[in-house]
Design a protein around this ligand. Structure first.
Ligand SMILES: N[C@@H](CCC(=O)N[C@@H](CS)C(=O)NCC(=O)O)C(=O)O
Length: 364
């Protein structure tokens, strides 16, 4: 078989948050791919290719391995530029990366809470894990580990009401956007849509407990979820003209600025405090570097400190710093009333890069 006819391979799962972030991009860009379940042999392949245990990965026809959904999106955009999923204009571009940061880092709270906090949710998710893996014991072990991390994420009895209130407000914002346009930034799917689809489809729509809420409270968002998973790229008509944002997206940015930005920045600050105490440079940080306390809507929220959050924060910051002064002013104006300005104003003292799929920390 020649390289031209060999498919991409996408090792992924239906109930996987990060798989759902990539699948619509593969489909929208017309990639010829086969989706492979995360069976024990597929997981062994991931470990052998990346040294990690994360799904999804993409294997190209040339046998290159793409790991980390942010890198996968970048690699796909470079290889198949049309339709563009990463906007070229400054405001929509920075907003795409901000929504990605929010979707990847903060939306874990409602997604994990609704999957694992109730006995019926837990049972149903365990069954789905078993069905996707073909290895009952390994799947139940994974389910146990996932449900066990709720307290470390900051999901506890005190924070749950704020997490649920945040989720309902998110759905309300999305409903106003999808009343007027098919995608977050206009008439074309973007990275922002793909990133939000991760939690919204793989957890909050497919899981029985929140799935009913999404369908009842947010019919337009439900249609967007279906539209995202079955894109019609010939119907894409571009992002909103003039680099504009729909008012519902500005409301979403306010929700992100108010609730998620402080949580993300507190995580990064705590990671940087941990790095300050080290004398070396160019090392691989552990996945978690300790615990810190942040707040959600005034409620104290203890959480583990994830080194990776800084790497995700660098994406909107890099996009913003690459702009010229006029473009930066346009972004600042668009974000001024939202609270997301604090994200763009953050000055990190460390930089995380990747070496063979692993994070490497450098002093700036
Ligand atoms: N930052 C990674 C995260 C991938 C990830 O967390 N995948 C989940 C499934 S949705 C996983 O494999 N988790 C296993 C674990 O946390 O050990 C990405 O964007 O690809």
């Amino acid at each position: 078989m020649s390289a031209a006819t060999r498919p991409f391979r996408f090792i992924a799962a239906e109930r996987s948050y990060f798989s759902a972030k990539v699948r619509p991009a593969l489909r929208a860009k017309g990639v010829y791919f086969e989706e492979v379940l995360p069976t024990p042999s597929a997981m062994a392949e991931i470990k052998q290719r990346t040294g990690l245990h994360f799904i999804p990965i993409v294997v190209t026809p040339e046998n290159e391995t793409w790991q980390d959904t942010s890198d996968i999106h970048d690699a796909l955009e470079a290889r198949i530029p049309f339709p563009a999923l990463i906007p070229a204009t400054p405001v929509q571009r920075v907003v795409s990366y901000l929504v990605e940061l929010y979707a990847d880092e903060f939306m874990l709270l409602p997604a994990m809470h609704y999957r694992w906090s109730t006995p019926e949710g837990k049972q149903e998710a365990r069954d789905a894990f078993v069905a996707a893996s073909g290895d009952r014991d390994a799947a139940l072990e994974l389910a146990k580990a996932m449900s066990g991390i709720l307290p470390a994420l900051g999901v506890n009895e005190a924070t749950v009401p704020a997490i649920e209130a945040h989720f309902f407000e998110l759905l309300a914002c999305l409903e106003t956007v999808f009343a007027d346009q098919p995608f977050l930034l206009g008439e074309q799917m973007s990275l922002a849509d793909c990133a939000l689809l991760g939690p919204l489809y793989a957890h909050l729509y497919l899981d029985w407990v929140p799935g009913r809420m999404v369908r009842e409270r947010a019919p337009r968002t439900s249609h967007w979820i279906e539209r995202m998973n079955h894109p019609l790229p010939d119907d894409f008509r571009g992002f909103r003209a003039g680099d504009e944002l729909h008012p519902g997206v500005v409301a979403l940015l306010r929700l992100i600025g108010g609730d998620a930005a402080p949580v993300v920045l507190d995580t990064v600050r705590d990671f940087e405090r941990w790095a300050d105490a080290r004398e070396d440079d160019g090392y691989e940080p552990p996945r978690a570097t300790g615990f810190h306390e942040t707040q959600l809507r005034g409620i104290p929220m203890p959480r583990y400190t994830n080194a990776y959050t800084l790497w995700m924060l660098q994406r909107p910051l890099d996009a913003y710093h690459a702009l010229d002064a006029t473009q930066r002013t346009a972004v600042e104006r668009a974000l001024a009333p939202t609270g997301c300005e604090q994200v763009l104003a953050y000055r990190a003292r460390y930089r995380l890069d990747k070496r063979a799929y692993r994070l490497v920390c450098h002093r700036r």
